[in-house]
Write a protein that binds this ligand. Structure first.
Ligand SMILES: Nc1ncnc2c1ncn2[C@@H]1O[C@H](COP(=O)(O)OP(=O)(O)OP(=O)(O)O)[C@@H](O)[C@H]1O
Ligand SMILES: [Mg+2]
Length: 348
């Protein structure tokens, strides 16, 4: 590679990255969201040498279907980096993709990345290092619930208490915010992944059928419900997998009543997290939350009926943010662009 192409390799605008357990979303200063892909990397090992075969959408298609030589890896677990090398490769790949062909900006980017509020300093350092190695001149961190609240247009800069519940793939973050700060946060390691696992084990236990995580996720997204439908049955869906008794492929039917039963444990754990946060909220802020209600963000907010369940359990108004899947990235991007939010960024 020539001196110049090396020099220009990461030239770019500043960017904000929501490095999620399930999806990575990139926001470019002045442009908005430019990339939204699964946080998956397919790695091929040939003669002991590892090579990235595919990243993002292409890699997710391979999940559960790879030959022995290829592994589809999700480098983040529970919201934090589990495989540092692969995470770095993934961030690099996405940064290149965003700036593909665009070589006008002769400057190394500043990058804002969001981190779970409960992440340790070691976990934060891993994220910072991955971004630095991927070409950032400066890395800023922002707490994920703060980013979610900014993205959902909540009044985070005012002396008004508000509550955000971000249900991601790996974690659910519950936070009370006021005056650009997190007044209280709690994080439960339950999100979309645990819901998928709950469906897999329900189908195995009750139908002797082995299904993959991707199939479970599809079921959840198409007909998943957080509470049983009024008639106890609702819609029915065909599910294909491998029969555990005789080992052959088989198809069964399951209905929304059964899916609600399968999801009751993870949904209950999310409700419990919200309850704990409410119990620990200072009275003046709690009073504000009665008026403001709870705002749901993250892909898990799209689970049908999750808002109703939380409304029933807390008696508070519950709303779902517009575009819950990109809310955190939008908020991270606004924190990068708007000086009013500078105080919420931490230098890493
Ligand atoms: N319609 C839907 N119903 C239920 N779940 C959904 C729906 N659409 C997406 N999801 C789930 O949302 C999750 C992804 O959400 P999101 O992108 O907010 O997570 P993330 O930010 O990557 O994870 P985390 O914040 O925990 O690191 C996945 O588990 C996905 O299956
Ligand atoms: Mg997230």
């Amino acid at each position: 590679m020539s001196f110049f192409s090396k020099l220009f390799r990461f030239s770019s605008h500043d960017m904000a990255i929501d490095l999620g357990t399930a999806n990575t979303v990139v926001y470019l200063r002045g442009r908005g969201i430019v990339l939204n892909e699964p946080s998956v990397v397919a790695v091929e090992t040939l003669n002991g040498v590892k090579r990235v075969k595919a990243v993002g959408d292409d890699a997710k298609l391979m999940m559960g279907k790879t030959p022995d030589s290829i592994q589809a890896i999700r480098p983040l677990r529970d919201g934090v980096i589990a495989d540092i090398d692969v995470a770095e490769q993934m961030i690099k790949h996405f940064i290149h993709k965003v700036h593909g062909g665009q070589r006008r900006f002769f400057r190394w980017p500043q990058i804002v990345i969001c981190v779970p509020s409960g992440s340790t300093s070691v976990e934060r350092r891993a994220i910072r290092d991955a971004a630095s190695n991927a070409g950032a001149s400066q890395v800023w961190l922002i707490e994920e619930p703060m980013a979610a609240a900014i993205g959902a247009d909540m009044p985070v800069t005012e002396p008004i208490g508000s509550m955000v519940v971000d249900i991601g793939g790996g974690t659910t973050e519950v936070a009370v915010l006021s005056l650009r700060g997190l007044a209280y946060t709690t994080s439960v390691r339950v999100g979309g992944d645990k819901m998928d696992e709950a469906i897999v084990s329900y189908v195995r236990r009750n139908h002797n059928l082995l299904i993959g995580d991707s199939t479970a996720e599809r079921i959840k997204q198409e007909v998943g419900v957080a509470k049983p439908p009024p008639d106890g049955i609702g819609l029915t869906i065909h599910v294909k997998g491998r029969d555990l008794v005789n080992g052959v492929p088989k198809e069964i039917q399951i209905n929304q009543g059964q899916i609600a039963e399968a999801l009751s444990e993870p949904v209950g754990q999310i409700v419990e997290g919200v309850r704990i946060a409410l119990e620990n909220t200072a009275p003046e802020l709690a009073a504000d939350i009665v008026d403001q209600g709870i705002v749901l963000t993250g892909g898990g907010a799209l689970l049908k009926g999750i808002d109703e369940v939380l409304r029933d359990e807390t008696g508070l108004p519950v709303t779902i943010a517009d575009d819950p899947l990109i809310c955190v990235a939008l908020g991270t991007g606004r924190a990068l662009e708007d000086p009013v939010f500078r105080g919420v960024l931490h230098s890493a």
